[in-house]
Design a protein around this ligand. Structure first.
Ligand code: NI
Length: 256
């Protein structure tokens, strides 16, 4: 078994309600670790509970920028308490999403900053979502304390130049199914150019399913198809790619 590490999964999504225990069993049979990401106030306590139940699952807690309008002070206080749990290894996902709704730009930026403050307070890395907000995301990473804790730019969709800038700041690049898509160009260029010691693998399941299962539900084990594709792009063995990304994932999430 290779040390496959899915650094970004959403196992509590309702698409797993029918067979969640089977999906987790496949993690146990074939993989080293998975970090399950909580995105809203309802899911975060369940994410932590799942990580308490299963040794191979870790948790992250955050309020996704798409859910910014559901913010409440009580919810945030609860999230802060959960964030201190020893199996919570990251803060997020957080960040900016201008694809769905640009009317909440300022609120999203404030919420992002709150996550950065929390991450710094707890010394835990950030899990950053950036969709069509590359300029503002980079600006915040450059001009906040975020670099004190670092983190992962998950499902990275920026340019090579942006990749190089965030690497300079100490961040890691998360790549998933998009590198396997037929028309993928920029993700493939990034997969080839990113320093191996700053790359982590992810699925973002149930979304972004890699080829050959594109269009179907994604799950943590499918990280193997992304690993095979990136190894091919870089001209290295799958074993080397998987082991390097496993070590990187453990380093950024501070997992012993
Ligand atoms: Ni996600």
């Amino acid at each position: 078994m290779l040390n496959y590490f899915d650094t970004h999964a959403h196992i509590l999504d309702e698409k797993f309600d029918e067979d969640r225990s089977d999906v987790i069993q496949r993690i146990y049979d074939n993989m080293a670790l998975t970090v399950n990401i909580g995105c809203n106030f309802a899911d975060c306590p369940r994410t932590v509970a799942l990580a308490e139940e299963y040794e191979k699952l870790y948790a992250a807690v955050g309020l996704h920028p798409e859910d910014v309008t559901t913010y409440t002070e009580e919810g945030w206080d609860m999230l802060c308490q959960l964030a201190a749990h020893p199996k919570v290894v990251g803060i997020g996902e957080t960040g900016l999403d201008y694809y769905w709704d640009v009317s909440t730009k300022d609120a999203q930026k404030r919420l992002f900053q709150q996550h950065i403050d929390l991450a710094c307070q707890l010394n835990k890395p950030l899990i950053i979502h950036d969709r069509e907000a590359h300029g503002d995301t980079l600006d915040i990473l450059q001009h906040s304390h975020a670099r004190q804790v670092g983190g992962i730019l998950h499902a990275f969709s920026g340019s090579i130049e942006m990749m190089q800038e965030v690497i300079k700041l100490g961040f890691y690049i998360g790549l998933g199914g998009a590198v396997t898509f037929k028309n993928a160009r920029v993700p493939v260029e990034v997969a080839a150019a990113v320093p191996l010691e700053r790359l982590v693998l992810e699925t973002d399941c149930p979304y972004l399913t890699p080829v050959p299962f594109r269009g179907k539900r994604n799950e943590p084990l499918f990280v193997r198809y992304t690993a095979e594709k990136i190894a091919e792009i870089r001209g290295i063995s799958v074993e080397e790619l998987v082991e390097a990304t496993y070590q990187n994932g453990k380093r950024i999430y501070q997992i012993k």
